[in-house]
Design a protein around this ligand. Sequence first.
Ligand code: GLU
Length: 476
Amino acid sequence: MLDTREPAFRENVDLMYRRAVAHLDLPPGLAEKIQICNSTYTVRFGVRLRGKIETFVGYRSVHSEHMEPVKGGIRYAPEVNQNEVEALASLMTYKCALVETPFGGSKGGLCLDPRKYEEHELEQITRRFAYELAKRDLINPAQNVPAPDMGTSEREMAWIADQYARMNTTDINARACVTGKPLNAGGIKGRVEATGRGVQYALREFFRHPDDVAKTGLKGGLSGKRIIVQGLGNVGYHAAKFLREEDDALIIGVIERDGAVVNTSGIDPEKLREWIVETGGVKDFDGGQYVEDGASVLEEDCDILIPAALEGVINVNNASRIRAPLIIEAANGPVTAGADEILREKEVVIIPDLYANAGGVTVSYFEWVKNLSHIRFGRMQRRNEEAHAMLLVQELERLSADKQLGWELAPDFKKRYLQGADELQLVRSGLDDTMRVAYQAISEEWRMRSDVHDLRTAAFIVAIQRVAASYRAKGL
Ligand code: GLU
């Protein structure tokens, strides 16, 4: 995917890191200490499948242990390699610092194409990988807590949690060894859509900052904005769905593996996703026009571009032709450092990955806390809140019964006001708050520093300062 003239993903992240560090006055050696990846464990294991032993290669990288546990997903993809896993682990460190989740950064990966295996085979492979990692505390509620990433989902997390529990029968916190689990295996409501939801909240917060919006040349709010999404996986799908349904945005293009669909009057992501599940691709979908050269759609005229799949899709080859004035990185590393520079010159605003896709790890944090507290959020308060609200409703009803006052309650006021917050509402509220507060910190850095001209550098600065403060507090 990457042009050979461009540095690899890992160097890209390092370049972006160093750009930000240059604005900071860190004690000698600390910038290097923060940047380097502490350790990477490589495991090769065999699994007997279809009558023969197949060997798999997997990694778990720990980038920074300034806070523990360390956190980050496990990716299943054929191109997984040590450099990529280390780059992704470092992004996790900065991401966690930025959204104030008390974790260091980690990442895992297994080289395999999950589409080539049956479910029971994937279970066998996952359990064996989990065993190898758990044996070395690379899966552990207090030390290292994986989560889903590309190619993995709730299903794999349930197998990992069960494998860990089998190996640690007396660990009362066993469920907190991994996040992104299904609800019936200790998961939390709202985790599946959390990254996409976070992208939506990030955009909403961006549009609450008129000075920042002005830099894109866009006017008004999210309503009616024309969006192109690259990748309709878990993240891209949910972001597109919520932006369309709740913010009245128009999804005018969706790019997938086998091409793209465009429609200036809007695509329904839900229908398109059903079509993809049914047919394996976007071709012949009747809700838009098919474009065989999917990548060319990245260069189409739109207001917001959401790369939500692979790294390096916007690179030195196509950056100069990108027409979107605003890019939000729902994927990790979709814009290379070279492209970043070209886009900066073109004054394209980029909401960077370490902030934009942090919704996943934020809700993972809530899930981990839920697992450790052994109680779902809202269970103690909900009915008590409702009883309190009832007192007010009854008083208002009494007053509105007095015809002389002429008061009347709005028809659905009682129903809406009486509803105490359940787990899903609390998760959304926590995620919304997290995305708002983090953006405000980044935006302030962007506005206040005359030498910082982009949100990525601003986001790295906020994150690095926090990691540095934590190292300093430890006496390092
Ligand atoms: N894999 C996701 C990410 O890259 C989620 C990580 C997590 O929840 O720990 O942010």
